[in-house]
Design a binder for this molecule. Sequence first.
Ligand SMILES: NC(=O)c1ccc[n+]([C@@H]2O[C@H](COP(=O)([O-])OP(=O)(O)OC[C@H]3O[C@@H](n4cnc5c(N)ncnc54)[C@H](OP(=O)(O)O)[C@@H]3O)[C@@H](O)[C@H]2O)c1
Length: 216
Amino acid sequence: MRVVLTGATGFIGSRVLARLLAEPGVTGVTCLTRRPPPVRSDKLTVVTMGDFTHYEDALLDRLADHRACVWALGGKEQDAKDPVAYERLTHTFTLAFARALVPRLTGEFTFCYVSGAGATPAESARLPVRQATRLLKGRTERDLIDVAREHEGFVPYAFRPGGVLPERAGPAGRLLLAPFAVGVRQLATALVRVACGDVPPPPRVVRTADIRRLAR
Ligand SMILES: NC(=O)c1ccc[n+]([C@@H]2O[C@H](COP(=O)([O-])OP(=O)(O)OC[C@H]3O[C@@H](n4cnc5c(N)ncnc54)[C@H](OP(=O)(O)O)[C@@H]3O)[C@@H](O)[C@H]2O)c1
């Protein structure tokens, strides 16, 4: 099967890319990216994008035979230039891709969205911390479900890790985050297994405990 990947140059996406390329059942990985990942493989196709809100017909035609996507493109609220840029990165880009692709799909397509713990589309979110992230991730999850309602075969999953630890996290990081977090390798394994249909379908919202179980 062929799989689309975004965020391939990032902390999570680079692990997902390595895992996808090592997967015998994955015959091709198409990375949509603004700069190429530092990886070479016959299985890898890199599409350099200048605008993640617009998809040319020729590209959509090429993606029509893909069966899954891992959407690991994103960033931190505090790194964004302003709230508009953060909304564009978190919500607009994700939905633009989903909405552009679905009319071309002929079979089932699994969309694994890397969301985050506490994502909520409700304006009444009780915790004020990371409010914009939680609301925007929640809105993105909700709108992906709306796309799925309109297009049978589009199957979105929202992965909500409480935190993601590097492979060599120090003892302090492990101690602080271990109850809520997953390792980046665990998350990549879970994302790839769900994307490839190698495990029975998990709940549509995939929380830390589910990620750990899926990665075992
Ligand atoms: N890290 C965590 O602990 C954690 C926990 C929960 C959820 N998440 C979520 O997981 C996702 C990925 O996180 P990460 O830690 O892997 O982030 P990261 O290391 O910063 O990687 C972000 C990826 O998104 C791309 N990207 C960022 N801004 C872009 C833009 N304006 N246009 C095109 N591409 C852009 C980056 O491309 P460039 O390399 O070109 O910049 C990179 O490939 C995010 O949505 C984040 O909220 C992360």
